[in-house]
Design a protein around this ligand. Structure first.
Ligand code: SF4
Length: 182
């Protein structure tokens, strides 16, 4: 590894979505620290499957994984009153903000200036909205939010290829209990 490389915190929403972002950032010369904070995931057994997949991914890419606490109440507090919102609606904005804020807090505490998220790789997620939220939080903490649209240049196909090669667990809903009905 280049000893001059900078460090970035990558918030990982799941192993499927974070495979390509990890490889992209490594190729861009970053030392990557993966931060897994996803209290939105329901139920707990599903959370464990996704965490286990993230562990496998990080091992394969030789990156450090930080496993933040799993406290579903954090999510339910953020989503209160928005339970019936559709995916891509106001509940998702709160969910993004919760997870990115916690990631920024970790980066700040760790002395790491830059952070980003794998959430953006999904075609179902709004890059502009995530950028707006990420930049707002970065400004609050005096950090840099790297707004990288990982889905560009076939990023979504590439991340799926990585997950298939590593035989990672693949979920079929976004994460929260409200997304199971979508
Ligand atoms: S649908 Fe996904 S992004 Fe939206 S609130 Fe649920 S878990 Fe979060």
């Amino acid at each position: 590894m280049n000893k001059n490389s900078k460090t970035i915190v990558l918030h990982a929403c799941c192993a499927i979505c974070s495979g390509y972002p990890v490889s992209y950032l490594q190729e861009a010369g970053y030392r990557v620290v993966v931060y897994f904070y996803n209290p939105n995931i329901y139920p707990a057994a599903e959370y464990q499957k996704r965490l286990e997949a993230e562990r496998s991914l990080c091992k394969a890419f030789d990156v450090k994984l930080i496993e933040a606490e799993y406290n579903p109440e954090d999510f339910y507090n953020a989503a209160r009153g928005l339970e019936n919102e559709p995916e891509k609606g106001a509940r998702c904005d709160k969910c993004f903000e919760l997870r990115l804020r916690k990631t920024a807090e970790f980066a700040k505490k760790s002395g790491i200036e830059e952070f980003t998220t794998s959430i953006v790789i999904s075609p179902h997620k709004n890059f502009a909205k995530l950028t707006e939220i990420g930049r707002k939080i970065a400004a609050e903490y005096g950090l840099i939010y790297q707004a990288i649209d990982f889905k560009k240049k076939d990023g979504f196909l590439k991340t799926n290829k990585i997950s298939r090669e590593l035989e990672l667990y693949r979920q079929n809903y976004c994460g929260c209990e409200f997304s199971i009905r979508n």
